[in-house]
Every structure is written in C-alpha cells, then in structure tokens.
Design a protein around this ligand. Structure first.
Ligand code: CP
Length: 313
C-alpha cells in the first residue's frame, strides 16, 4: 500500500506518470467517470480549505466514487481529544482512501502509520502539500513545455509557505533549475530547505528582497500569501503582509511568457488587474487541481487506466 505524504514519495518517473494521467483525464474525462465506482474518499480537514477539500471531493465524484468526511476539527471527535492515530484507524473502517489536512506538521504521516488504507497529505502545517506540488508541476509543464532549465522566483512568505517548500523539494530533482527566493528577512526560506534540499543537489539559488529587480530574470514567478494563521503576533503579520504586491505595472518588467503561479487563496499580493493578463496562471492551477487529484486517487487505489490498460504506479 502506498501513501502520499511528501512529494518525494513518488520517483521522477512516477511523478511523470501521474502528470501524464492527469493530462489524459483532462482530455477524456468521460473515459474515467466510473473507474472508482463503489470507492469512498474520507476528507479529514482539521484546518480551513476551499480548493483542496472541494477538489478532492469533486475528483472522487468525477471518478464515480463517493465522499465522506469533516471540514473543521470542531466537527469531529478531535474536539473531544481523539488522536489522529485513532481517527485514521476508525476511518479506515468506513472509506477506501483518506485525504487529511492538519495544522500540525507530520500529522498525516502519523495517520498513515495507523491507517489500513492509503493516506494523502492535503497540507500539514508549514511543511508539505504534495498534491499542490503536482498541480504546480502540471501547470509549469503545460505552460513552459518542460520542468528543467527553469529560473523560478518564489516571492512572499517563504518561511511558512508549505507549497514553496514542497515545490522546491520536487524541482531540485530536475536538471539546471535556478531559484530566486524573494522575501523580507523575517520570511526567508528555512535553513533546512537550503541545507537539506538545495545544497545536496548543488542547485543555484539566490536570496533577494527586491521583486522589481528580479522579475526580468525569471521564467516562472510563484507568488505566495503571507500566512496569517502561522504568525504569533498580529502586529508582525500586519507589518509584513503587503511587502510584495504584484500589479500590472510591475508585470511589465517580466518576460512576456513568464507564467504567474499562486496556490491561492490570495489576499492582496496579486492585484486583480493582473487577472486578465495572459501570464496569470493561478486559475489554470485550480482547474488542473481536480485532474491531478483524480490521478492521485487512481494511483493510490491501484485503479487500471482504461485508456492504457495499465496501473499508474
Ligand atoms: N491551495 C490550497 O491549498 O488552497 P486551500 O487552502 O483553499 O485548500
């Protein structure tokens, strides 16, 4: 049985197979509309979500399966003190696969150790968000045609942004990618990302603070929200939240084919006048999210692809 807790749980070849399947589902959704008949996903969300929870649920319904779950720890027996370990054992009796979001780093990993069904990490604290990473890879591959030889800029809250940590983890595995980390000092990318991820791969990286100066160098820009929920001090959040605001005027400094990605939700860091620019890719990411999650569910449930006659993993 396989779980998806960290983007590195899939090899490069498996990652490619998942992205290829997501592309096939996107082209031929009807061919996949009954492959998960009789299967159930449990969405266990201990932390707020719009895209991830609803796209997992939409993905399972689009595969012919069904959905159970809770949205908010207060709606579950976690509010009475039940552990993640016990909850995952219990839910294993009701469902075939679990998607779990939790504010504590490592909670989905714990769930996977006690569950008897596959567990997907749907975001754990500031740590990882592997299905978002697959979405980001699918979107970059669609728009740039490749996942190597890319200069990517990550801008905003690089300290708490789990989507950033997850995507860097994955992109270092492709050749000749270069990383610009654009942030204020207080929100720099964690030391462990540099020591444990970038340095072992000899990846070229730069830590900078000026978005305008960096924009012309980039092939891809990944904007992020300052993560209010992870700050200890409201004043500190208010001081930092508007450090970077991408608007149409600043976007004029960028290459004409530089996609702007953002995992969403956004607050003020991308002004709405960017939405009509053909480089705005964040709503394309949302659309890709459903196909990626359909592909991940199929992969972990070991469902045969009706178009190829093969399993994904
Ligand atoms: N991108 C993302 O994880 O969005 P939600 O928090 O709405 O699920």
């Amino acid at each position: 049985m396989r779980h998806l807790i960290d983007p590195l749980d899939f090899t490069l070849e498996e990652t490619k197979n998942i992205l290829d399947l997501a592309d096939r589902i996107k082209q031929n959704p009807d061919a996949y509309s009954h492959v998960a008949d009789g299967k159930r996903i449990a969405t266990l969300f201990y932390e707020p979500s719009t895209r991830t929870r609803l796209s997992f649920e939409s993905a399972m319904l689009s595969l012919g399966g069904q959905v159970i779950g809770f949205a908010g720890a207060e709606m579950s027996s976690a509010s009475k003190g039940e552990t993640v370990a016990d909850t995952s054992r219990v839910v294993s009796c009701y469902a075939d696969i679990i998607a779990m979001r939790h504010p504590k780093e490592g909670a989905p990993l714990v769930a996977s150790m006690y569950s008897s069904i596959p567990v997907i990490n749907a975001g754990d604290g500031g740590h990882n968000h592997p299905t978002q990473t697959l979405i980001d890879l699918m979107t970059i591959r669609q728009l740039k045609g490749h996942l190597d030889n890319i200069t990517i800029g990550f801008c905003g809250d690089l300290k708490f942004g789990r989507t950033v940590h997850s995507l860097v983890n994955s992109l270092v595995r492709y050749k000749n990618n270069r990383f610009y980390f654009i942030s204020p000092d207080e929100l720099k990318v964690p030391a462990y990302t540099i020591e444990d991820t970038l340095k072992p791969y000899n990846s070229e990286y730069y830590e900078v603070s000026n978005l305008e100066e960096t924009l012309p160098k980039l092939d891809v820009l990944y904007m992020t929200r300052v993560q209010k929920e992870r700050f200890f001090s409201e004043d500190e959040y208010l001081r930092l939240k508007d450090t970077y605001i991408l608007n149409r005027e600043k976007l004029n400094l960028a290459k004409p084919d530089m996609p702007v990605l953002h995992p969403l939700p956004r607050v003020d860091e991308i002004s709405t006048d960017v939405d009509d620019d053909n480089r705005a890719a964040y709503f394309k990411q949302v659309q890709n999210g459903k196909y990626v999650r359909m592909a991940v569910i199929m992969a972990l449930l070991e469902i045969t692809d009706p178009l190829t006659g093969q399993k994904v993993l």
